[in-house]
Design a binder for this molecule. Structure first.
Ligand code: SF4
Length: 160
């Protein structure tokens, strides 16, 4: 099935952290420059920029021993991180590259393996479908506070 929106890793991440944020981001309502957390994240990722790989609309931190390597500061949204890597694996697969992934959490140096199994690919396609449905809506999902609000760059936009 062809989708209108070809997600970026950010779409995937926001789908799992806040669907309202996903909708706002997709409409180019962007507050990221206001967030210190984002600045720290960008600074942190800059170190790895020279190893990053761009394919289609994704940017992979780096490949390590042929595997997708994704670095996360903390394990605050593990499902989002996992599906982000699954999405990378899916895009690579569409380019004829079959591999697996590793997420490294810097807070404790723990590694998590990620495999794009048939079931995971099915789940991922469902997520992409739902992202398209949500982003196609005229209005954003209603305001509902969640555990990511406190550090969200859209906080003022949503709550002031
Ligand atoms: S402030 Fe909260 S509700 Fe608003 S976009 Fe961010 S996470 Fe979502």
């Amino acid at each position: 099935m062809a989708f209108r929106i070809k997600p970026t890793a950010t779409h995937i991440n926001y789908y799992f952290t806040c669907k309202r944020k996903l909708w706002l981001f997709n409409k180019n309502i962007n507050c990221e420059h206001d967030s210190d957390l984002v600045k720290v994240g960008k600074f942190y990722h800059k170190k790895y920029e020279k190893d990053s790989i761009n394919i289609d609309n994704i940017k992979i931190d780096k490949l390590r021993n042929g595997k997708v390597f994704e670095l996360k500061k903390k394990k605050t949204a593990p499902e989002a991180a996992k599906f982000q890597v699954l999405y990378y694996l899916y895009v690579l697969k569409n380019h004829g590259i079959i591999t697996s992934g590793i997420i490294k959490y810097k807070e404790n140096n723990r590694l998590q393996k990620v495999e794009l199994t048939k079931d995971k690919q099915k789940e991922l396609k469902e997520v992409i479908k739902k992202i398209n449905l949500l982003c196609g809506k005229k209005k954003p999902p209603g305001l509902k506070r969640n555990r990511f609000c406190k550090r969200c760059s859209y906080f003022d936009f949503c709550f002031s």
